[in-house]
Design a protein around this ligand. Structure first.
Ligand SMILES: NC(=O)c1ccc[n+]([C@@H]2O[C@H](COP(=O)([O-])OP(=O)(O)OC[C@H]3O[C@@H](n4cnc5c(N)ncnc54)[C@H](OP(=O)(O)O)[C@@H]3O)[C@@H](O)[C@H]2O)c1
Length: 247
């Protein structure tokens, strides 16, 4: 699946929502899904970045995308319900949901962790995917074959000093993914998995490792085979797994 090459147009007529679609891995995923025929909903907080991705998709001749500006930090449960209702009204379907947006927070000992920052990281990295999934589930259940992908990290499997709320949010993300996968395994056609992207050259990586030689990190577009595999129908038997995008 790391060298997965889907057939052209294999995501045609599918509607896929990507969070954090304006930059980094989310941007690469949105463009990649669109290049295989998906209609992509670009959710993020910086409209300029979302517009740039929208334009790239349009200029490439892929299906027209849609922009849904939303700051996950301040969004209320009602905002998520409104989003799900808008998707139902405008698109009548939702076939894929990629939870990608996240923030790093502080790299500091727990003893000194800023409490406000702790809440922010949990809100964006954990509560937002919970609320978004909850709001979108009834629409996802109507799809013939739907895929929910969470985004994890090695720090969600092994705690390391100073990674604080980010690491805790990724541990919880893996737990949420497994619970949801188990709950939806019977009586729905929704599968739920997580991707560990590995070391990727993005703004987040640079913030976490400012002294690192960036050329040693792979570009987000190079890890797209796993994203394509898990979002599309070929992975219909995979459920409850965390897979590494770089092997
Ligand atoms: N890069 C790596 O090496 C690596 C490794 C392991 C896991 N990951 C995971 O991969 C995912 C993507 O990371 P990345 O490296 O691509 O990070 P990134 O370049 O920082 O991109 C994160 C995206 O999330 C959006 N976002 C952040 N806060 C938001 C909010 N409050 N509301 C809406 N959108 C928000 C950002 O929007 P703005 O552009 O507007 O800020 C941005 O588009 C994350 O879940 C991260 O934890 C990355």
């Amino acid at each position: 699946m790391f060298d997965y090459v889907p057939s052209p147009g294999f995501l045609k007529n599918r509607v896929i929502l990507v969070t954090g679609a304006g930059d980094g891995i989310g941007k690469a995923a949105a463009k990649s899904f669109a290049s295989y025929g998906a209609t992509v909903i670009l959710l993020g907080r910086t409209i300029k970045k979302l517009e740039a991705v929208y334009d790239e998709i349009e200029q490439a001749g892929y299906p027209q995308a849609a922009i849904y500006p939303m700051n996950l930090e301040g969004a209320s449960p009602t905002d998520y319900e409104n989003l799900a209702n808008t998707l139902e009204t405008e698109f009548k379907q939702l076939d894929g949901l990629l939870h990608n947006a996240a923030i790093l927070g502080n790299l500091t000992p727990l003893e000194h962790y800023n409490i406000e920052m702790w809440y922010k990281v949990m809100q964006v990295n954990l509560n937002a995917p919970f609320l978004l999934t909850k709001a979108c589930l009834s629409l996802l259940k109507t799809a013939a074959n739907a895929s929910i992908i969470f985004t994890s990290s090695p720090l969600g499997r092994k705690g390391k000093a100073y990674w604080g709320a980010y690491s805790v949010s990724k541990f919880a993300t893996e737990g949420m993914m497994q619970i949801l996968a188990d709950e939806l395994e019977t009586n729905t056609k929704i599968r739920v998995n997580a991707i560990n992207p590995g070391n990727c050259r993005t703004a987040m990586r640079m913030a976490a490792y400012p002294g690192e030689d960036q050329t040693k990190s792979t570009l987000p577009k190079n890890i797209m085979p796993l994203y394509l595999y898990l979002i599309g129908p070929d992975s219909h038997k995979i459920n409850g797994q965390t897979l590494n995008a770089q092997g």
